[in-house]
Design a protein around this ligand. Sequence first.
Ligand SMILES: [Zn+2]
Length: 171
Amino acid sequence: MLYRIDANDALVHVDGAFHRFAAAAGVPDLADRWYGRSLWQCFGDDELRALFVALVGRARGGRTLRVTTRCDSPSLARLVAMDIAPVGQDEVEFRCRLGAARLMTPALPSSSELLRLCAWCYRADRGGWRDIEEVVAGERLLERTTIPIVTHGICDACLAETAAALDRAVA
Ligand SMILES: [Zn+2]
């Protein structure tokens, strides 16, 4: 494994493979910076954090997700293939492999694009509700220099389920 987070507070645990990965990625002190912290504090960016909350939420639901994300050093843009997998009772494991590197290109203009997620099931509104991992892969969301602004709503299926649950509670 590379790093692992537990369910409630999402504390980060890392192993030797993570140290080698971090050194290869040009951030040898990454483990020291992350270890024992909440994963959610490791993201400087709210949109990125919201996307990972959704991905980890999906993995906790029992499925292994495969996404490609950027892991840049100051001079190189690198792609990282990342599996986010449920393990044991309540933990989620991240397995990462460094991919192709290229020299940095100038940052793209900030995105004004919106990405609406269902706060219940984490699906994304893309003219129909689609699984978040499908949208991340299809739109290469984590490979871009800017990602859409994440907003939260409720999808039709979760709304219907919530309404039905309320009806049952009232009846
Ligand atoms: Zn939903």
